[in-house]
Write a protein that binds this ligand. Sequence first.
Ligand SMILES: [Zn+2]
Length: 275
Amino acid sequence: MRIGAHISISKGYEHAVKEALSIGANTMQFFSRNPRGSAAKALDFVDIKNAEELCKKQDFGPLVAHAPYTLNLASSREKAREFALMVLKDDIERLEQAKVPYMVIHPGSHLGDGIEQGTEKIASGLKHIMTGREKMMILLETMAGAGSEVGYTFEQLYDIMDRTGMPEKFGVCIDTCHLLGAGYDVIGRLDEVLSEFDRILGLSRIKAIHLNDSKFPLGSRKDRHANLGEGELGSEAIKNIITHPALKDKPFLLETPGGIENYKKEIDMLKSMTD
Ligand SMILES: [Zn+2]
C-alpha cells in the first residue's frame, strides 16, 4: 500500500522524504512553491539527487507536487489569470527538472461566468503553457463544488482534458472529502461511483487520492477536511476506500488537520485496517 501525507519541503526534498519516512509513509505530497504563489526557491540539484537516491533505496514514491491553491486559471480578471499561467508554467518546468512525475492542480473558479466559460478558460490556459512533450502529468483534482469551482463532476474534468487537445498529459487526483461534498456517495455507493468514473474518465486516470474525512455531509458542496474517522465519511467508508480493488494500489495522501503527529497516527490506523 502507498500511503503518505502533505509534507513541507521548506528544508529541501531530502529532508522532507526523511520526515515522511519517519512517520511510516512511503509516498508524499508537497507544495510546488509557497501555497500563496510567491516566488519559488531555486532548485538545489544536490538535494534533488540525494532525495532521488533515498527514494530508490527506500522504495519511496511517487512524489506528488500540489500547485498553489490560490491560482485561478478560470479567472475573468486578466491579471489573475496571467499570474496563474506564469506560475504554473514555471512550476511545470522546475518539477520536470526535479523529475517529479505529478502535479495536482485545482482546475479553477469561474467567478460567475458559468461552467462553460470556466472550462474553456482552464483548457485553453493549460494548452497555452504545456508543450505536450512533458514527462510529468498534471492531475486535475475533483472539487467539492464550493462557490463557483469548476471540476466537481467527472464530466467537467473530462471536458477540460478533452479541450486541451492533449488529454494524455492529464490524470485525476480524487479527493474523498470533495467527492462527498460534490454529491458522490462514496459511503453507500462506492462501487457505483467508481463505475461512473470508469465510464467517463477511466479508472487508470486516477494517479493519486487525497484521503480526507469531511466535516460536511453528502452533497454539501463544502470543502472542509476532517480527521480520518471523525467526519461524515467515518472509519468504515475509509476502510472500504483504501481496500477497494480499483483503488488499493494508488497513492493515498493525507491532507487532514493536526500536522505531522496526526499524520503518523492516521497512517498507523490505515495500516492496521489493511492488516
Ligand atoms: Zn487540492
